[in-house]
Design a protein around this ligand. Sequence first.
Ligand SMILES: CCCCCCCCCCCC(=O)SCCNC(=O)CCNC(=O)[C@H](O)C(C)(C)COP(=O)(O)OP(=O)(O)OC[C@H]1O[C@@H](n2cnc3c(N)ncnc32)[C@H](O)[C@@H]1OP(=O)(O)O
Length: 172
Amino acid sequence: MSTTSGATGPVVRAGGDFQEPPRTPGGVALCGACRERGTCRLGVERERLDEDGVARFALTCPRDQEGGPDVAHGGWTAAVLDDCLGHLPLLHRVLSVTAELTVSFVKPVPVGRPLEVSARVERREGSRWYITGEMVLLPTRAVLARASGIWVTRDQGHFARHADWLAEQDER
Ligand SMILES: CCCCCCCCCCCC(=O)SCCNC(=O)CCNC(=O)[C@H](O)C(C)(C)COP(=O)(O)OP(=O)(O)OC[C@H]1O[C@@H](n2cnc3c(N)ncnc32)[C@H](O)[C@@H]1OP(=O)(O)O
């Protein structure tokens, strides 16, 4: 865990090291803003790492992420793919951040319907994890979106160094 200063004193940021994040009963690792509410605001309901090395996520696009009529805003699709693919190193207890992300929007994503995202590691080179994934509609498994990206492993000083960098920016 890491700590930051808050208005009421130090705030314990459970999972701030990305290695022991707070999780929902469905196993979903919660990022900063979702820790307070206890659920993933992107609509990820369950996550697991299977024996074949593929991470699988059950999710539904929340109504408040609607873009076109009854379909997801593309930003939601990109965000949730970033989130799910980025959870794969975390499921291996590795801290990483997204360096690059490419999304193919294959079909409009319906709001409020059961979906699945799967993610797999294609290869690792140095500190880079090359991860691909896709989003399908259930139960037909029609592909709605595909994603690929590079996640770069970080040591636990990553966020502290960023805070220092930001403080330097503020002094300019
Ligand atoms: C709380 C519980 C949460 C729990 C849940 C949390 C879930 C989060 C899931 C979502 C994940 C996110 O959205 S993370 C948030 C979005 N992403 C970010 O904020 C990252 C912002 N960018 C950065 O911090 C930086 O640019 C880095 C870390 C990506 C790279 O920094 P750097 O200073 O260039 O690092 P450096 O040591 O030089 O390079 C390290 C390696 O990365 C490679 N590299 C650097 N940039 C790139 C690049 N754009 N594309 C490819 N590769 C790159 C280099 O070739 C090198 O490879 P090699 O020679 O070492 O092999």
